[in-house]
Write a protein of this length. Structure first.
Length: 297
């Protein structure tokens, strides 16, 4: 039983997207394909191809059924894929291999590419390990990775490792994210951290925690003193920044954005907030900051 879901899919009308625009573009593409007009097909795809044409990527359109969305949207996507394959497979003196390469490069640039964005937020950053593991195991890990705050640490760990080394990140015996101190306030137990670790180097290598030195752990008083400064000074922090710098050096190495890209072909993007009120945030990658080292951020 379709219980009305197929009826919804087959009806192109919806206030959630511009179905008339998509219908018009689909008809234009089909007309040019039936005419076997290669130049017109190339022109239409080059000038009108968009990832979110008519707001067809709105999540609400993909929540009505278990699989798929409006048939009109699916037909449009299928037609675009068909014409891209035709352009790729057709040999023509007017459209040589170099022209094909430039066409697909321009289309990819305008259409955009899927990226994995790893947000920050303390322990939330550690959940990214599971996301990366699942996507890597099923072959869906994008080449473009972006990270902010704690997410930038995970992104850097990933983008400095070749495919055969990524699995080492899942072994819980290497890079440390441990924060061990507990103390009591009245009848309540307060935990300043959580136990967690992930491996990035062979087990024979010494482990370097990102938040404290295993051989010289912070005292509770030292952490509370740094935290107290947060209320008085803009530089107050809970954990020692020098320890984080040492951990980045140990676990990621002295590698630039360009070197990381050359090694893994993954594109690492790290956002950096501005220290000035009216200055825009910066996006660092192998194009905007090729010679900047990850540990310098």
């Amino acid at each position: 039983m379709s219980n009305g879901k197929d009826k919804w899919k087959n009806d192109p009308r919806s206030p959630d997207y511009d179905y008339e625009l998509i219908k018009t573009r689909l008809e234009q593409l089909r007309i040019e394909r039936k005419k076997h007009d290669m130049s017109s097909m190339i022109f239409l795809l080059r000038t009108s191809l968009s990832r979110n044409l008519g707001d067809m990527g709105k999540p609400k359109l993909y929540a009505h059924t278990h699989i798929g969305t409006k048939t009109l949207i699916s037909d449009y996507i299928d037609e675009v894929v068909t014409q891209l394959n035709i352009i790729c497979d057709t040999e023509s003196d007017d459209f040589d291999l170099k022209s094909k390469y430039e066409f697909f490069l321009n289309v990819r640039q305008s259409f955009g590419r899927t990226a994995l964005l790893l947000s920050g937020g303390a322990t939330l950053g550690l959940n990214h390990i599971g996301v990366i593991k699942c996507m890597h195991e099923v072959g869906l890990l994008p080449r473009i990775i972006s990270g902010a705050s704690s997410g930038s640490i995970i992104a850097a760990l990933l983008c400095t490792r070749t495919d055969d080394k990524i699995a080492e990140m899942y072994d819980p015996s290497g890079v440390g994210f441990r924060m061990k101190h507990k103390f009591s306030v009245g009848n309540a137990n307060v935990n300043l951290g959580f136990p967690f670790s992930l491996a990035s180097f062979p087990k024979s290598s010494p482990v370097q925690d990102f938040f404290e030195r295993s051989h010289d752990p912070d005292t509770v008083v030292a952490k509370l003193e740094r935290l107290w400064k947060q209320a008085l000074l803009p530089t107050g922090v809970l954990f020692d920044v020098e320890v984080l710098t040492e951990a980045m050096q140990k676990n990621i190495g002295d590698v630039t954005f360009q070197e990381a890209y050359n090694r893994t072909r993954r594109i690492l993007n790290i956002t950096v907030s501005s220290s000035m009120q009216y200055e825009m945030p910066r996006l660092l990658n192998y194009l905007t900051a090729p010679n900047v080292r990850n540990l310098e951020i």
